[in-house]
Design a protein around this ligand. Structure first.
Ligand SMILES: Nc1ncnc2c1ncn2[C@@H]1O[C@H](COP(=O)(O)OP(=O)(O)OP(=O)(O)O)[C@@H](O)[C@H]1O
Ligand SMILES: Nc1ncnc2c1ncn2[C@@H]1O[C@H](COP(=O)(O)OP(=O)(O)OP(=O)(O)O)[C@@H](O)[C@H]1O
Ligand SMILES: [Mg+2]
Ligand SMILES: [Mg+2]
Lengths: 225, 225
């Protein structure tokens, strides 16, 4: 489903170059449940932004479902992204002027799907926030905003969900409820890629890849069951 | 140092009322090291915003160093806050157009302190980010932004540091390095109040208070040493 080959990402700030990814290669099969871990600043969000088709690499190839997406322009990239991928941002990226349910409806508007209000409310219900549907982001707690961002990523039943630190702002009990939702999605066949710092999240994933300074240092398949 | 009595905070959204804090009372002595825990949405950030003099309660009293700050207006509140409190926000609240070191210099500008650049660079050094001083927030990873927010809270040597989830975006090793910095501050006599979801953070605090639905359900002093 996903094939990454020798991916590089270099950020340019004036005359300074930051090599955030230095030649990353791996493949992900449909239906996998994978965690990406590593120190702060090691390149996890940079990799997720490339995997989620939110950015293009400096060099290297990315085949998504057999299609080379590494050289697509903005519009084509957005079309691929909206069709197949649900993305949960590390900083949530909710629209501050819209309510929670309006934020969750957004992918359905892009996709031209009917019954948007019912589907968005069902997604909010699933993350435990039906009673906060009409709050705007600044009228929600940090963990509630994070759960709205998760509901928005799920609402259009994508084939792949990519979540960048989805439990960072959640207490243990709420975090476990959200991980339960992710497990159910994976049981339904949805491919899950999750960046996490939390060992309790990683232990539920069947595969854990570690990044250090923009390189893959380990990639372990967990054959416990 | 801090005395809170029957604090209430109600948010009004149109005709909906959200009772975020429902009568919270406790005291904190100078030099304490306290964690505040509780489920997502239980009122922790609301309480921290009141303790940090960023907001005023709907009712109840808050004595800070013997002075009643619960009824101060915006300017007086800001003056108290800048003089005594270093605050680390859950969402960092960095200025997006300024570099990391410029963000850390901000409290020193308010306080009229000289040698701002050297002091700000020393604070960034202490959180391990001297090599990212000229990056703006969007040129930093999530955990790096969090550490800039921590450096900004420390730079003016406040007598109290309040941190809302300071390790949520940090990997275990970087998180421990930051907790080490907090422990050193506490050894120097600085009062620490920290909201956290991470049990590993709470176990280093000598006192753990738990909130559920806007009320204090437990307040345990840890007399292990
Ligand atoms: N400006 C606001 N208007 C209306 N409701 C609000 C506002 N800010 C917070 N709330 C509500 O008040 C409750 C407490 O919010 P608060 O941010 O204090 O929670 P929290 O304990 O910090 O949660 P988290 O761990 O998720 O950050 C939440 O249910 C939230 O929806
Ligand atoms: N737009 C940018 N311009 C310059 N440097 C950047 C930019 N975005 C990220 N970086 C740098 O690239 C490196 C990798 O950043 P990235 O956000 O991928 O890290 P991360 O592994 O997600 O970290 P965290 O766990 O703290 O979120 C960091 O050192 C960061 O400072
Ligand atoms: Mg990141
Ligand atoms: Mg909070």
């Amino acid at each position: 489903l996903i094939q990454i080959s020798d991916l590089h990402k270099t950020y340019h700030m004036g005359d300074v170059e930051v090599n955030a990814l230095c030649g990353v290669s791996f493949a992900i099969e449909a239906g996998e449940h994978m965690a990406i871990m590593g120190p702060s600043g090691s390149g996890k969000s940079t990799l997720m932004n490339l995997l989620g088709c939110l950015d293009t690499p400096t060099s290297g190839a990315y085949l998504l479902d057999g299609e080379d997406v590494s050289r697509l322009d903005g519009d084509r990239l957005a079309a691929v992204r909206n069709r197949q991928i649900g993305f949960v941002f590390q900083q949530f990226n909710l629209l501050s002027k819209e309510s929670a349910v309006q934020n969750v409806e957004l992918p359905l508007i892009y996709a031209g799907v009917p019954d948007r209000r019912e589907r968005a409310m069902a997604a909010l219900e699933r993350v435990g926030l039906a009673d906060r549907a009409h709050h705007r982001p600044r009228e929600l707690s940090g963990g509630q905003q994070q759960r709205v961002a998760i509901a928005r990523a799920l609402v259009n039943s994508p084939s792949i969900v990519m979540a960048d630190e989805p439990t960072g702002n959640l207490d243990t009990k709420t975090g476990l409820e959200i991980l339960q939702v992710f497990d159910e999605l994976n049981d339904e066949g949805i491919t899950l890629v999750m960046v996490t710092h939390d060992p309790r999240v990683a232990e539920r994933c069947k595969r854990v890849m570690r990044l250090v300074d923009g390189e893959v240092v380990s990639d372990v398949f967990n054959h416990q069951e």
